[in-house]
Structures are given as structure tokens and as C-alpha cells.
Design a protein around this ligand. Structure first.
Ligand SMILES: *Cc1c(COP(=O)(O)O)cnc(C)c1O
Length: 348
């Protein structure tokens, strides 16, 4: 199947995705041990209708990327970080998780199977989606003994909307102190649909979430971390149990610091951003995520007020290119540890 030329993504902040690659990896936990990893066609699962994952949101996931260097080799970007975060998320939800050997066997098997890069369309980028589902079936929300680990893959292409805007959500909140905000779990997205849908239908690409404590402190965008360039300093919200510790965020911080530019991780309020804008000190707002990379935001909408946030978007554009080059194995002394090469098997 070919990706049709006129394909227009409905969700403009997302990469172009058409379907999963034909093969997935999986392993089952029976309450005591994990099975060996197996590879099978992507097909509907047999799952109890009352499975904890379905009824009570007992599931966690990851999002990671591999980049094809040439016909023989691909690079997995910071997969060890994704593995560590998957384990942290799983522990937060009392889910079992595979050991690193099982995880890497699934990853290598999927990435090295060349067909994955070609189907349903050909791309240099493979998006990888590890998942853990709690499988126990019960009337009540109980800690599941049985779980399923899956690894799905999909070729993706970058989609760059002409403008990219964020709408500040002033009534709903994404995370609470002591809650799940730092875990990559289904439950963190369920309560975002309303605000996100409202933002999309009003013409904005994503939502910017404020702290539930003061409705002022900026936390993150729906599936992205945020950075503000104020004067010659870069500010990004401090990590807490309400902010997802993005791996692209961490990578961007290293790359910006590598240029001798100051990056401060601290709380920043909407008020401070509006003031910086008034004083003409707000130079850039950008977001980071595995799916999007580093992306400049054109404007921020706060109620009736619109703040231009791409007054001089040089830094984010430069970091975006540098990151893509590193992911493609084209540069980066000091960042070589970020890539793990995987041999690609030629199609028979
Ligand atoms: C996945 C995610 C991010 C970005 O993390 P990366 O590791 O950079 O992909 C940011 N915020 C939320 C809520 C996320 O789920």
C-alpha cells in the first residue's frame, strides 16, 4: 500500500501515521515469569472484557524512535532512557515490567526486520510503541497479576503545519500533586480529550496546561514539554510528579547547554510569560517530543489574548536540525551514547 499523495492528517500536530507495521512483538507475564518474546502479525487481541487495562486504565506505554541510516543499519535513539521510564511508569501503576534483555530482544527483532520500514509506507523513521496492559479480569479495580507486553512499530513522516499554536486551558487540569502526571499511562490522556478537542475545533494545535494548584504555573503541552526563550536565557518547567520527564526535553537541554546558552529548570507562570512578551523579551516558545522533535510555537492563546511566540525562532530551529542529525548518526561528539546501532535484515 502506498501513502496517498493527498493524505492530509486530521490532527495537525501529529506525525503522518497510516497504520502499524505488519509485525508486533509480545510477551506475557503469568504472575510469576515472563514468557519469551514472540513475533506475530498485528491483529486484534484476545482480552477479557473486564481486563484491568480496559476497565480501570491499568496500562502504560512509551514512544521512541529509530532512524534508518542506510540499507544495513538503523539507530535506536536513547532506548535505555525509554526503558527506564517504562519501568518507572509501570511501578507507579503496580504493573509488572519486562527485564532489559526481553525489552531489547523485542526492540531489535522489530527494528531489524526490514519490512517494518516499508509498510504501510516507506520512511526513514520508525516510531516504536511499547505497551504494558494489565490483563486480570475482575469486578473491582485490583492489582493485576497477569500482564501483556507489546511492541508496535509504525513508519512515520514529519508533518509540519504552517502555523503551530497552543491554547492555554484555564479550567481543566492535566495532573495533580501526588497523581500520575509523571507516568506515561493511559489515564493521563483520557482527561485531555475534551480540552484538546475544543482547542482543535477552535483552530489551535494543542493545549498548554497550567498547574492545578494555582492555575498560573505552566506545566506542559498535551504530549510535549515546553521551553521559553526569555532574553538570552532558556527556561523550562522544573520536573515534578505533575510533569512528564521528556527524553527530547533532556536532549534539548544538553544540546542548548552545549552551545554555552543558559538553560534554567524552574517554575514559570503565565503572568511572567505575558510580562516578558510586553517587555519584548520573549523571543521563542518551543515544544519537544519524540513524535515532533523540537518545534517552534507561533503563538499562545490565553482567553481573548494572543501572544506572538516566534519572534526570533532561531534557537529551536537550530536545535531541531542538530537533534535530527544526531539521530541519523551524522554528528555529535558527546552524544554518541545516545544511539544504539541495529543491523537491518534484508528482505528475502
Ligand atoms: C511522551 C510525552 C512527552 C514527551 O516525551 P518524549 O520522551 O520527549 O517523547 C511530554 N509530555 C507528555 C505528557 C508525554 O506523554
Amino acid at each position: 500500500m502506498q501513502l496517498s499523495q493527498e493524505y492530509t492528517p486530521q490532527h495537525t500536530t501529529l506525525p503522518v501515521f497510516e497504520n502499524w507495521s505488519p509485525t508486533m512483538a509480545g510477551a506475557e507475564y503469568d504472575g510469576n515469569t515472563w514468557s519469551a518474546v514472540s513475533f506475530s502479525p498485528v491483529a486484534p487481541l484476545t482480552i477479557a472484557p473486564g481486563a484491568m487495562a480496559l476497565q480501570f486504565g491499568a496500562s502504560v506505554f512509551e514512544g521512541m524512535k529509530a532512524r534508518r541510516a542506510d540499507v544495513n543499519e538503523a539507530y535506536i535513539f536513547r532506548g535505555d532512557e525509554n526503558y527506564q521510564r517504562l519501568c518507572r511508569s509501570a511501578r507507579r501503576l503496580c504493573l509488572p515490567y519486562p527485564d532489559p534483555v526481553l525489552f531489547d530482544a523485542a526492540l531489535d527483532g522489530i527494528v531489524s526486520n526490514c519490512a517494518n520500514w516499508q509498510s504501510p509506507f516507506s520512511s526513514e523513521w520508525l516510531y516504536l510503541r511499547p505497551l504494558i496492559y494489565a490483563m486480570d479480569d475482575h469486578l473491582m479495580p485490583v492489582t493485576s497479576r497477569r500482564a501483556l507486553f507489546l511492541l508496535l512499530a509504525a513508519p512515520i513522516r514529519a508533518y509540519r503545519p504552517a502555523t503551530f499554536s497552543l491554547r492555554v486551558e484555564q479550567h481543566q487540569h492535566r495532573a495533580a500533586p501526588g497523581g500520575l502526571g509523571a507516568a506515561k499511562t493511559a489515564a493521563n490522556y483520557a482527561h485531555q480529550f475534551q480540552a484538546t478537542q475544543a482547542a482543535h475545533s477552535a483552530g489551535y494545535q494543542a493545549v498548554l496546561w497550567l498547574s492545578a494548584l494555582d492555575n498560573q504555573t505552566i506545566e506542559e503541552a498535551s504530549t510535549m514539554n515546553v521551553f521559553f526563550v526569555v532574553g538570552d536565557t532558556v527556561i523550562t518547567p522544573l520536573l515534578s510528579d505533575r510533569v512528564l520527564a521528556g527524553i527530547t526535553r533532556q536532549s534539548a537541554i544538553s544540546l542548548i547547554r552545549g552551545r554555552g546558552i543558559r538553560v534554567i529548570e524552574r517554575n514559570i507562570t503565565l503572568e511572567e510569560v505575558m510580562q516578558a512578551s510586553q517587555q519584548r523579551k520573549l523571543r521563542e516558545l518551543f515544544v519537544t517530543s519524540t513524535a515532533l522533535g523540537v518545534r517552534a510555537v507561533d503563538y499562545l492563546q490565553i482567553g481573548e489574548r494572543r501572544i506572538a511566540t516566534a519572534n526570533n525562532p532561531c534557537l529551536s530551529a537550530e536545535i531541531a536540525v542538530e537533534l535530527e542529525n544526531i539521530q541519523a548518526g551524522r554528528c555529535g561528539s558527546g552524544t554518541s551514547g545516545w544511539l544504539r546501532p541495529v543491523a537491518l535484515h534484508r528482505e528475502a
